[in-house]
Design a protein around this ligand. Structure first.
Ligand SMILES: [Zn+2]
Ligand SMILES: [Zn+2]
Length: 300
């Protein structure tokens, strides 16, 4: 680690691998927060008077997200929502961390559990088949977050997805041969039915996010979700992490490359899929049942 911060006399604690800029803790935090604000402004994520439901798992990304949003001078209300999936030996500690953070920031945390929405914990739903863990969990967590956000009258939902997650998702669409997603989604009337989702950390790397958490003493040693090892994402994450280490900026290139592709293709006019309502729960869907209800029916 080089001696000095590029912006003051203090010792540097972080070097940006792309620009080689050196930062002390204070200047790194200011740089990170400015980056988040720039992403919020570039993608018009927040409008004055918004009520933002913030998905707060208690893990590092969402902890940093809520802290930075609370610190930035945004004309918006923040409502943290914590989803308890029911994962033994993992969730209790992270929920405690989420509650503590909200106390510190003076915000009230809304808790919602898988048991509330479907009567079962994730552990019970998976029973003997942990390989589907991340897709089952993701589907039900989306449902839980949507439902809770509507209950508190939110206008948007913010999640802690960072640049790494975005780059992984782009690559995974290619790895699955999912051309529909690679070339952009079909036009739907979904925008009017779903609460808009925003990802204020989408241009911040996980490395930066963790560094921000460490510099600001936000992170405690938390267990990792026991199911992550079963996901395709785990392999993509590892490979992409190695590439990024050798060639800093790779993840940003993947994401901006995808943006350029979509801009070039333009909206898919004439292919409008009209969304209706799920027969069981009334959530928006283009099928008879929404993804969550279809999943619960298969696992009943
Ligand atoms: Zn400095
Ligand atoms: Zn449904």
């Amino acid at each position: 680690m080089p001696a000095g911060c590029d912006h003051c006399e203090k010792k540097a604690v972080y070097v940006d691998p792309v620009t080689k800029q050196r930062f002390c803790g204070e200047h790194f935090s200011a740089w990170f927060e400015a980056g988040v604000l720039a992403a919020i402004e570039k993608y018009h994520m927040i409008e004055p008077g918004d009520r933002i439901a913030v998905g707060l798992s208690g893990g590092k990304d969402s902890t940093v997200l809520l802290t930075v949003l609370a610190k930035l001078d945004l004309d918006a209300e923040l409502i943290p929502i914590t989803v308890d999936e029911g994962i033994g030996g993992y969730r209790d500690d992270t929920i405690l961390a989420a509650t503590r953070l909200c106390d510190k920031l003076g915000l009230a945390d809304k808790l919602v559990s898988f048991t509330d929405i479907c009567g079962k914990t994730l552990d019970e739903l998976l029973a003997n088949d942990p390989r589907q863990a991340c897709s089952v969990c993701g589907t039900l967590r989306r449902r839980a977050l949507n439902q809770a956000a509507r209950e508190v009258g939110a206008t948007k939902i913010a999640t802690g997805h960072c640049l790494d997650d975005e780059a992984q998702s782009v690559l995974m669409n290619y790895l699955r041969g999912d051309l529909t997603r690679v070339t952009g989604s079909f036009q739907t009337n979904a925008d009017t039915l779903f609460l808009p989702r925003i990802k204020p950390l989408c241009r911040s790397t996980e490395r930066e996010t963790v560094a921000y958490g460490l510099v600001n003493h936000l992170l405690t040693d938390l267990p990792e979700c026991p199911y992550t090892k079963y996901a395709l994402r785990a392999g993509v994450r590892k490979g992409l992490g190695k590439l990024e280490y050798k060639n800093p900026g790779t993840m940003m290139n993947i994401v901006t490359g995808q943006e350029k592709l979509l801009a070039k293709l333009g909206p898919r006019e004439g292919e409008i899929t009209k969304m209706g309502r799920c027969e069981i729960c009334g959530e928006p869907t283009s099928h008879r049942l929404c993804a969550a209800c279809a999943l619960l029916e298969r696992r009943a």
